[in-house]
Write a protein that binds this ligand. Structure first.
Ligand code: ADP
Ligand code: MG
Length: 247
């Protein structure tokens, strides 16, 4: 499969089944470097599965996924190398409860020998500054609010210097007053040119920050467009129906 050097992710004919349940029935998608793409769709439509296929947290059933030109689904692919370049942030943070904030951030780059402990510590402090939490470096996750935990989770993903970031409903588990602080960090990242794929129900974020919105339903990308086109002027009846329920 041919890809231009401007392409971050290219997906062709992706199918994914769990046993007899076919969740993704044929996905084609090309994401450019620096692009911010939001995935929306009903619960159970396969948004998380689709995202997880992009860093091979799920084995795909058919098709091909190229990340920076490398086929991550080919046998013999070093999946750890792939994941170094793709950071992921989950709904429920998944921080290590027994480690300090700083240690949560430095663990992977040090264990994988990508940085010395000193380099990783310096990077962690920089990242904590970026997410507004440098004063929390030495506390444990239990001492943080949900919004703070999620900002640490973002800093931890960024510690590996990824060039793509995947976000799976990063604000869904947060109290409403904490949503903004997490979205602001994501906005900053987008401004810096990070390639981002974001599953979200935050239509305000999709409208303001994303370059493209995809609507997933029934195992396919049913509709896609600029946020303006897709959110203000949807064409597919299923998209219209979904947006009527969430907006
Ligand atoms: P969404 O994120 O859009 O809510 P998911 O990707 O989580 O949807 O799930 C899509 C479908 O795949 C659902 O029917 C879900 O039950 C099913 N599914 C997801 N993960 C698994 C799994 N590990 N094993 C079996 N079924 C799964
Ligand atoms: Mg999901």
């Amino acid at each position: 499969m041919q890809v231009s050097s401007e392409t971050a992710i290219k997906i062709k004919g992706l199918k994914k089944s769990f046993g007899s349940l076919e969740v993704l029935k044929g996905m084609d998608l090309e994401i450019k470097k620096g692009e911010v793409v939001c995935l929306i769709g009903p619960s159970g439509s396969g948004k998380s599965t689709f995202l997880r296929c992009m860093n091979r947290l799920e084995e795909i059933t058919a098709g091909q996924i190229l990340v920076n030109g490398n086929d991550i689904t080919a046998s013999g692919t070093n999946i750890n190398k792939v994941r170094e370049n793709i950071g992921m942030v989950f709904q429920h943070f998944n921080l290590f409860p027994h480690l300090t904030v700083k240690k949560n951030i430095t663990l992977a780059p040090v264990e994988l020998k990508l940085m010395s402990k000193e380099e990783a510590d310096k990077k962690a402090i920089e990242l904590l500054k970026m997410v507004g939490l440098e004063q929390k470096a030495n506390v444990h996750p239990a001492q943080l609010s949900g919004g703070q935990k999620q900002r640490v989770a973002i800093a931890r993903a960024l510690a590996m210097n990824p060039d793509i970031m995947l976000f799976d409903e990063p604000t869904s588990a947060l109290d409403p007053e904490m949503v903004g602080e997490v979205l602001n960090v994501m906005k900053e990242l987008a401004k810096k040119g990070m390639t981002m794929v974001v599953v979200t129900h935050e239509m305000g974020f999709a409208r303001e920050v994303s370059d493209r919105v995809l609507f997933l339903d029934g195992g396919y990308i049913l509709e896609e467009g600029s946020p303006e086109e897709l959110l203000s002027n949807p064409k597919n009846p299923r998209t219209i129906d979904f947006l009527n329920k969430v907006l």
